[in-house]
Design a protein around this ligand. Sequence first.
Ligand code: CAO
Length: 520
Amino acid sequence: MKITVPDIGDFQDIAVIEVLVQPGDTVAVETSLLTLESDKATMEVPSPVAGRIAAVHVKAGDKVSMGSHIVDLEDAATSSSETKSPVGESVVPVSPPPAASTSGEVMEVRVPDIGDFNDVAIIEVLVQPGDAIVAEAPLLTLESDKATMEVPAPFAGIVQEVLVKTGIKINMGDLIARVTVTDAPIIALQVAEEPPISPAPSGPVPELRNAPLPPVVEPAISSKPHASPSVRRFARELSADLSKIKGSGPRGRILKSDVQAYVKAVLKSGDESSGRGLPKVPPIDFSQFGDIELHPLSRIRQLSSSYLHRNWVVAPHVTQFIEADITDMEDFRQSLAEEAKKEGYRMTPLAFFIRAAVMALKQFPHFNASLHEDEKCLVYKKYFNIGVAVDTPSGLLVPVLRNADKKGLADIARELAEISARAREGKIKAEEMQGGCFTISSLGGIGGLFFTPILNLPEVAILGVSRAATRPHWDGKAFVPRLMLPLSLSYDHRVIDGADGARFIMYYSELLSDIRRLAL
Ligand code: CAO
């Protein structure tokens, strides 16, 4: 049976952007055969009958019009060869950006001109408050009995409020959302990568957008994947996450072939995000052994668990330990503490540790680097941003102290107090946790000896600081009491050799022991 392009309205010479079937495929009635795209709309041509594809007469890039011969079907289930009307998948034209919008302004986004359609049902809301969107990112999917349409964003921004929900019917001019306009490229966290999470017991949703702790920090452009409903359906059937798939179609559109290639690659590597191929711990009914209670984990903890797991598995960690003699440093700090108190801040030992970290990073630049994504070169950073792990009621956060090399001890101490207080109050912004070069995790206020910190990828090293204690120290003639600080340096062995790890921590320890060098 010869299948041809049906009546597609006013369209002539419309481009085939994807051929969805190949010889040998079995198709059902309405299985999509082709995706066509003009500058106004994207359409899928469905099969009018069930059968097996005997031959395909078009390829991506060809132009077709009504009557063009598309495929031959064999074993067709009915004798009708009249192709059904295409299921229109209009990409609703983007409304022009608001004329007088300036970055930071909250603008309304309304349903643009959607042609003759009235009271069209929303079948999917693709954004939520807090989402960073690029211009033309799909906001909603609408479906009438004739077509499925996506309503794109007229400009880039951060979604403040979504005023519609799945199931309701809308018309041209209805208010969809309020969006804060941004003119800079939008950088968002890779939250989309994470599995769905149940509502947090504490804190509002935006908390989720504040990336957590030791891990954070791979900026990524966030927008909803650009794919037609049938490709979305196909991806859903295969449990493939569209946000991880790079589209090879026009304007980055994800094609069926992209989904297939992605699934093949995942199967080959045996590395789907859920478990990296590791066997799962079998579920246990703990109540069989005694009373239990179930407490939900905070969103930050759920996110950090996934980041930490990834970092632990991805980077081969080595941890090197040393004790630094900080007796003189502590005397010096005490001498500054009184004055600092008068000025309203605490001269914390951490300020010294941050300053020494900058000096050590300058001496060993490959510790102030990240492995390039192709793993063939190192990205050296010429700036010195130090992340500090802060213990908060909802879990660990790592705010970043920027340009620490340009700040004195007092400025570092003040800023540290300010950012750690805001982190504890849940007021730290996502961007304040990005761009770190090296992280310090201090458990000095709590106690304990050495520990093995997990890397905050893509950083290549992290320093764990424990509680200093006075110990007998052999000075060559006698044992003398010295204040010794346990340090634990974890590094990424893909980038740093053991010898350099040892050199770095020795140098760092010497800096802390020699207050003249540290104070310079
Ligand atoms: N040795 C001995 N005493 C130390 C010390 C050390 N290494 N570090 C801090 N102290 C002292 C401080 O001087 C302070 O004493 P005073 O009250 O007499 O001034 C006291 O311990 C409490 O310090 P702190 O921990 O409250 O403050 P800080 O500036 O040292 O640290 C911060 C700030 C935000 C890093 C810390 O509060 C915090 O959250 N630490 C936990 C980080 C964490 O959980 N890391 C693990 C990550 S991996 O899972």
